[in-house]
Design a protein around this ligand. Structure first.
Ligand SMILES: NC(=O)c1ccc[n+]([C@@H]2O[C@H](COP(=O)([O-])OP(=O)(O)OC[C@H]3O[C@@H](n4cnc5c(N)ncnc54)[C@H](O)[C@@H]3O)[C@@H](O)[C@H]2O)c1
Length: 436
């Protein structure tokens, strides 16, 4: 297979061209023939024009790449090596929603031919590839898995917005349905991953490895959040504590904060779901989820208390929230926990303005019914009355560079600076300062 891919007599197909699928597609398309398949015509239109809707790539990154963007199953069927990178969200009851994965498997199943390979990259619970996806491939192809076609799982470690840890410089885990599948899948990925691949002994091991990466982060951040709740009652700044504790060689560097997005705050629910099916009710994982999911409401209440402590009325207080994306330096607003802070403040009768240099105003309006303010409006309001509190919720690089000289002209007397990420620690002297 790798030889055919190399001489372009076999094509690679990427199914799902989002944050994960597009970088993989463009990387393979540097030297191989790639079919980029997606169901979103809007996204495909943009990609054909060299525009990445996820804002991770510039138009020049598309130039000279051997890739055809399509939603046609016939085009998809031109490929022999399929990689599935569609979303794996949760529903409103925090249960896995496998609909995109199943529908992508239907498409691949229809396109599948004898001798083909299918690799899943979407984050799932252990067993999902073999128990939920492969039967769909068999049903729609009429082929026998492991005999007529091979399959595997290779979790993605892409970290959007991170220019240091990239697809090609991070070891990639690969797994296959048998030894021969493992070797072939490993060879294909190894040809683009500089430090090489790690061959997991089983598909379930590779699935479990991915899900614990994010579960571990979730639980560790939850511990920091719990510590920050305790320390706040003692008037201790958690970031001061972590700086001090971090001087020990084996102290793990995690920080309190909001856990939003579609990975860390979502994937643990996939593991919980599987554990429950096996009659085990995870305590630590669920506790982590509970703490992290409650942080927006907790921070909102703390802001209200700070405003009261400054002798201000909460009803009608004007608050500016800077940052709404789920993390710094990305445009992704999915599952943003900043929204929980905004809602909590609005429940108390505060009037909240929100700004973000990365987020799309139309997406924020569509998703959360929140209108983004621009710098001119913020400055204007600063002149007219001034904000009672400014909440810096996301550590975008533009915000990291700010100092008190930016805040003072836009705030009222006795205003509060809420620094959720602790980026202004020790730099604010003329405003009331609070951080986790
Ligand atoms: N974004 C990350 O940081 C990250 C990192 C590692 C793993 N993951 C995992 O990778 C998977 C994909 O995540 P993402 O962030 O790239 O999602 P995304 O929402 O950015 O992109 C998914 C793409 O899949 C398309 N799609 C949806 N259903 C489809 C279908 N049936 N057929 C074809 N295309 C379809 C969508 O139109 C979209 O373009 C998820 O399982 C996620 O958990 C994400």
């Amino acid at each position: 297979m790798i030889d055919k891919i190399r001489n372009k007599s076999a094509k690679i197909a990427l199914v799902g061209l989002g944050y994960v699928g597009l970088p993989i597609a463009l990387e393979f398309a540097k030297k191989y023939s790639v079919v980029g398949f997606d169901i979103s015509e809007e996204r495909l239109d943009k990609l054909r024009k060299g525009i990445d809707p996820s804002n991770e790539f510039e138009p020049e990154n598309f130039i000279g790449k051997d890739i055809e963007f399509t939603s046609s199953i016939d085009k998809l069927a031109e490929a022999s090596f399929y990689i599935v990178a569609v979303p794996t969200p949760i529903d409103k009851f925090n249960q896995p929603d496998l609909k995109p994965l199943i529908s992508a498997s239907v498409s691949v199943g229809k396109a599948l031919k004898r001798g083909d390979y299918v690799v899943y990259e979407s984050t799932v619970y252990p067993g999902c590839t073999e128990d939920d996806c492969v039967p769909v491939l068999e049903q729609y192809s009429g082929l026998k898995a492991g005999v007529d076609f091979k399959f595997g799982y290779s979790p993605e470690r892409i970290n959007p917005g991170d220019k240091v840890h990239t697809l090609t410089n991070t070891v990639k885990i690969v797994s296959g349905c048998d030894d021969q599948a493992l070797e072939t899948i490993a060879a294909v990925y190894d040809s683009i991953i500089i430090p090489g691949v790690h061959k997991a002994p089983k598909i379930k091991v590779a699935e479990a490895a991915k899900i614990i990466e994010n579960t571990q982060r979730d639980v560790n951040i939850a511990l920091m959040n719990e510590l920050s709740i305790i320390f706040s009652r003692m008037d201790i700044n958690t970031f001061d504590v972590l700086e001090a504790a971090g001087t020990k060689w084996n102290f793990q560097k995690f920080f309190p904060g909001l856990v939003g997005g579609h990975c860390i705050g979502v994937d643990p629910y996939y593991l919980v779901h599987k554990a429950k099916e096996l009659k085990y009710h995870p305590q630590i994982i669920n506790a982590g989820r509970f703490i992290n999911d409650s942080m927006g409401g907790y921070i909102g209440k703390k802001i209200v208390k700070q405003i009261i402590a400054e002798g201000k009325s909460v009803l009608g207080a004007r608050i500016l929230v800077l940052g709404i994306t789920f993390k710094e330096n990305v445009s992704d607003i999915r599952n943003s926990k900043v929204v929980d802070i905004v809602k909590e403040l609005e429940d108390y009768g505060c009037k909240v303005d929100v700004a973000d240099p990365y987020a799309s105003a139309s997406e924020v309006m569509h998703e959360y019914n929140i209108r983004l303010s621009d710098q001119k409006e913020i400055a204007q309001y600063g002149k007219e009355r001034g904000y009672d509190a400014v909440v810096v919720a996301v550590a975008h690089s533009q915000y990291r560079n700010l100092d008190e000289n930016y805040f003072l002209p836009i705030v009222a007397d006795n205003s509060v600076l809420v620094d959720i990420k602790g980026i202004y620690k020790g730099k604010i002297s003329q405003m009331k300062y609070w951080s986790l």
